[in-house]
Design a protein around this ligand. Structure first.
Ligand code: ADP
Ligand code: ADP
Ligand code: ZN
Length: 229
């Protein structure tokens, strides 16, 4: 039988410590498959910037490198999950980060007749992730991610994607906060690998190679999910 495109949205989770490359790969998957990246970090930074009550509550926690409460994160995500632009599906980047969030997500999706199709765990050594976070910066206009050593724009100081000239660095991307974030990952988020393994949706991918090599691995995985035969 010929493969045909599925009409049900495809929902992916990218799991991994800070600096694993979740955001970088999510943006590439968006372009390749028409899925929409939902980053709870970006949603929370948006709430902080606009000074909403959720943002005010989240700011000090984020600056310290700890996890924002499930209640706040779920409220922010829930609102976004109802977006009309998610017809093809989503790439959840940085969510869920606790088992309570994972369970709440299953319930939210079930209410829409959807599910998690794959939880992709990006495996990266702690040393590598510290170097990645330390050199990270993004385009202020479009959010494209760059790195001092590993992903420089073609022209220094200018975004490849949109031509923007303003680059920014996150306040929490400092050596001290990164250690706290890494601890939070190992204690609260890494157990989700087993959560999704037990549900048959886990795929593990090495995230130690080049960005393009990892992208090719993910393309192969996601390509299979977006087709039914
Ligand atoms: P995450 O969203 O998981 O925190 P990012 O996608 O923001 O991670 O990547 C962290 C930093 O490392 C960014 O500066 C990015 O350009 C860079 N980066 C991403 N993937 C790789 C890779 N495979 N090798 C080297 N650097 C990478
Ligand atoms: P990274 O991928 O580098 O870890 P994120 O942008 O995903 O960074 O997250 C930045 C911060 O936002 C986290 O350290 C945490 O304080 C908060 N945050 C983001 N997503 C969640 C979540 N799902 N649950 C709790 N806190 C979150
Ligand atoms: Zn840009």
């Amino acid at each position: 039988m010929m493969a045909e495109t599925t009409t049900r949205p495809v929902n992916l989770i990218l799991l991994g410590p800070p600096g694993a490359g979740k955001g970088t790969q999510a943006r590439m998957l968006e372009e390749a498959f028409g899925l929409v990246q939902l980053s709870t970090g970006d949603l929370l930074r948006g709430a902080v910037a606009s000074g909403t009550p959720a943002g005010l509550a989240a700011k000090t926690v984020m600056d310290a490198g700890e996890l924002v409460s499930d209640e706040i994160v779920l409220a922010v995500l829930k609102e976004r999950l109802d977006g009309p632009d998610l017809a093809k599906g989503t790439i959840l980047d940085g969510f869920p980060r606790t088992e309570a969030q994972a369970r709440a997500l299953d319930t939210l999706l079930a209410a829409k007749g959807q599910k998690i199709d794959a939880a992709i765990s990006l495996k990266v050594e702690d040393e590598a992730m510290i170097a990645r976070v330390a050199g990270r910066y993004t385009c202020a206009a479009c959010g494209e991610g760059y790195h001092d050593d590993f992903k420089q724009p073609r022209e220094e100081g200018m975004c490849d994607k949109c031509g923007g000239m303003e680059m920014k660095r996150r306040a929490d991307d400092n050596a001290e906060t990164v250690r706290t974030r890494l601890q939070a990952y190992h204690a609260q988020t890494a157990p989700l690998i087993e959560y999704y393994n037990a549900r048959g949706t886990l795929t593990e991918v090495s995230a130690m190679g080049d960005i393009t090599v990892i992208a090719a691995d993910l393309d192969a995985i996601v390509g299979k999910l977006t087709q039914v035969s």
